[in-house]
Ligand binder design. Sequence first.
Ligand code: HEC
Ligand code: SF4
Length: 267
Amino acid sequence: MEGFTGVISDLGGPTANMYRMACKSETIEASCRKLSCVYPGICENLNTDHTALIQLYRKARNTKGIKKVLIGSGLRYDLAVTSPEYVKELVQHHVGGYLKIAPEHSEENVLSKMMKPGMGSYNKFKEMFDRFSKEVGKEQYLIPYFIAAHPGTTDEDMLNVAAYLEKQAPGNGTAKNKASIELGQKIYRGGIPGKNVAACAGCHAPNGAGIPAQYPRLAGQWAEYTEAQLVAYRSGERKNSVQMTGVASRMSDAEIKAVSDYIAGLR
Ligand code: HEC
Ligand code: SF4
């Protein structure tokens, strides 16, 4: 196919991992009055076997002309954790550095309104994700999405999710590429004068703490994440900030890398 590079950005569906999953019995299904097969818990009649999907992944990535098959659809991690073999397959072959995942909230009150599983299965999935990544020496990350002010959310829920996120403190990132850190520091503190790029410190604060609700915190963020965001602003893939699109559009790859490395070391 002309223009096809061999990379499939998403092999999924409404859900990434419910391929061929169905009620064990058509008779039961016909008379079932439950609203969901996966909430409040996974129904014991639901066939959660991931074998067909694992086979599909293997077949897809071994097809001639295919270089990489990624999974971008929403993953039901409560189902995924029932099959370590599936999580391993996914993590070791089909994650391109980052896997977006949507716990949506930390609080049961909100999760119940969305009919979403609790944080227990998210934590379990994260543990498996990290372990299987490490096993093959891949440095890759989960990008969990959270939603604010879903209908039914109380002030207390909001405070609790904030406290939860605060505890997941960044600051695990470390500046590692010493050569470019000096350049990164210059850009962060003074911008790139010749190119009309404003100092990051001007908005995100000199220590990278940001200004809550206005300018996000950057300090200690994984360099790979920061780099990916800047590239996304530059390409227009991420377009929710005119300011950041302006900043990133004038930066070269090397400058983006340098400032991302520097930010990872900020505390
Ligand atoms: C004029 C103010 C301003 C300047 C200067 C600025 N930023 Fe930003 N930045 C913002 C705003 C506002 C956002 C939030 C936009 C959004 O939600 O996408 C943001 C978001 C970001 C994000 C995404 C954070 C995340 O958690 O996803 C990164 C990374 C970032 N900026 C890096 C930089 C770097 C590096 C520089 C310097 C080269 C810089 N910014 C300069 C205002 C600024
Ligand atoms: S809720 Fe259970 S019994 Fe009902 S259709 Fe789904 S899997 Fe079958």
